[in-house]
Design a protein around this ligand. Structure first.
Ligand SMILES: Cc1ncc(COP(=O)(O)O)c(C=O)c1O
Length: 481
């Protein structure tokens, strides 16, 4: 089946043909099992995957919308939240909810803060949340959905939040402070204890985004790594988001948002009592919810247990430290800042790091491209460990190739500075039209234009008018879906 289906199928397709078609389509996906894709996938081994898959399959049709009908799911959900609350040292009054992922947990934490402020401070008409600029865009998305103003404060040279900037950004409209443990781009933990002190001083709730770290940091701490306080033991912390579908190694669709008190959690709930369909109460964003991710998250936590997570964390953290040392020893490359975990970024001061990324891509590796500074992003998970030596070799080869291939480098730099210049000179509408055409040319839609990737990322990072980049990304999204 080569053509894309555009109309509704007139007749059903027999199961084996259907599976064949799906397998064929899947064969074009990234071959992540080889361990060369960083991020997106968190995978221990086939045995653990089988446990999760079986749990998922068993509850694939069940709907946790009505917990009294599906008491099993109610039990799995409650126990999963309890286990996570225990891990993150929630007190006796702590209460949480299982969500579909980090983004939902974050949107819920922001809604809770907004509704608490509406209740306690009706004088606040334009609520503001103060967060370091390194927080995940899920906070920007939440602010966008909830009509909250998100104030981004600068980070220090080491990429951790600047506590003085946070203090200065607090106003009488501030309803929430945010810190990451760790942040996605550079894997560093914000000064959670200091932000907690500000939260207490100004009597403002404080959310810690431990979506990435929630299932790494507790075990790393137990293993003796110098992990600064980030959980409910830190005075001032009122809520935490932590993803089970990342370093908890469960299938996608599982995160928790936990509050210091039941009272606080109530602000998250939605209740509507005047519907002809009956009384309606819903704990988070989703209405109907597949039982699969809930059952699989529970099964994964119980299957691995503390000792299993300690073993995985030890291996991932040790490999991460070794990788960072070996990368810092490669001339031209350096790890950004001093990451606290197994998430880090690799940059260069003298070669185009995005071209290094292109070379790696050609060899079947995938690393996200990030900006400010331009860097390649490594989220090291268990299935990548076996490829650590091969990765260093590939990285060295890519650096060597980029260092000698001056022509390609020159054309990339020319493209970047040309577009940068255009964005300053051309009227905005012209630039938008041009950039939209350029996106189509360089985009990934048909796999063509791969060689232009370094230029494309370089261009988007270099354009000073971020509104133009915004439009570029909108066009790219429109084309993709
Ligand atoms: C620090 C952090 N917070 C939140 C999220 C959002 O999580 P999700 O993709 O599960 O919605 C991510 C995702 O990478 C993250 O790194």
């Amino acid at each position: 089946m080569k053509t894309i289906r555009k109309s509704f199928p007139e007749t059903g397709l027999e199961a084996s043909a259907l599976h064949k078609e799906m397998q064929m389509t899947k064969s074009k996906d990234a071959a992540w099992r080889e361990g060369k894709v960083f991020g997106y996938i968190y995978y221990k081994d086939d045995e653990a995957a089988k446990v999760a898959e079986e749990a998922y399959r068993l509850f694939c049709c069940e709907n946790s919308l009505n917990p009294s009908l599906f008491v099993s799911l109610k039990r799995f959900e409650t126990e999963t939240v309890q286990m996570m609350t225990d891990l993150l040292h929630g007190g006796p009054d702590a209460a949480g909810i299982l969500t579909s992922g980090g983004t939902e947990s974050i949107i819920m934490a922001m809604k809770t803060a907004r509704d608490k402020a509406r209740n306690d401070h009706s004088e606040i008409k334009y609520p503001e949340v103060v967060s370091p600029e390194s927080v995940h865009p899920a906070f920007d998305k939440a602010a966008h959905y909830l009509d909250i103003k998100l104030i981004h404060t600068p980070v220090m040279d080491d990429k951790r939040a600047d506590i003085n900037a946070i203090r200065k950004a607090i106003t009488s409209n501030t309803i929430l402070l945010v810190g990451s443990a760790p942040c996605f781009p550079h894997g560093v933990i914000d000064p959670i204890a200091e932000i907690g002190q500000l939260a207490l001083q100004y009597k403002i709730p404080f959310h810690v985004d431990a979506c990435m770290g929630g299932m790494i940091l507790p075990f790393a701490e137990e293993l003796g790594y110098p992990i600064p306080g980030f959980d409910f033991r830190v005075p001032g912390v009122t809520s935490i988001s932590a993803d089970i579908h990342k370093y908890g190694y469960s299938p996608k669709g599982a995160s928790v948002v936990i509050y210091a008190t039941h009272e606080l959690r109530k602000y998250q709930f939605f209740v509507y009592t005047d519907w002809s369909g009956g009384l309606y109460g819903s704990p988070a964003i989703l209405g109907s919810r597949c039982g699969g991710p809930i059952a699989a998250a529970w099964a994964t936590l119980v299957f691995h247990g503390r000792d299993g997570y300690l073993r995985m964390t030890r291996e991932v953290m040790e490999t991460s430290k070794k990788l960072q040392e070996r990368i810092n020893a490669i001339p031209s490359l350096r790890v950004v800042s001093n990451p606290d975990t197994c998430i880090f970024a690799v940059t260069s001061d003298n070669i185009d790091i995005f071209e290094v990324g292109d070379e790696l891509t050609a060899g079947g590796w995938h690393l996200d491209r990030i900006q400010f500074p331009n860097a390649l992003h490594v989220t090291l998970s268990y299935h990548n460990i076996k490829k650590a030596d091969e990765f260093i070799l590939a990285l060295k080869n890519a650096v060597a190739k980029v260092s000698v291939e001056k022509t390609k480098s020159r054309s990339t730099h020319f493209a970047v500075s040309f577009v940068k210049g255009l964005s300053k000179m051309l009227p905005e509408t012209w630039f938008k039209k041009l950039s939209s055409a350029a996106t189509k040319m360089m985009g990934n839609k048909d796999g063509k234009g791969q060689g232009m990737k370094a230029a494309m990322y370089g261009i988007t990072a270099a354009i000073e008018n971020r509104g133009n980049v915004h439009d570029l990304v909108l066009d790219a999204l429109d084309g993709m879906y």
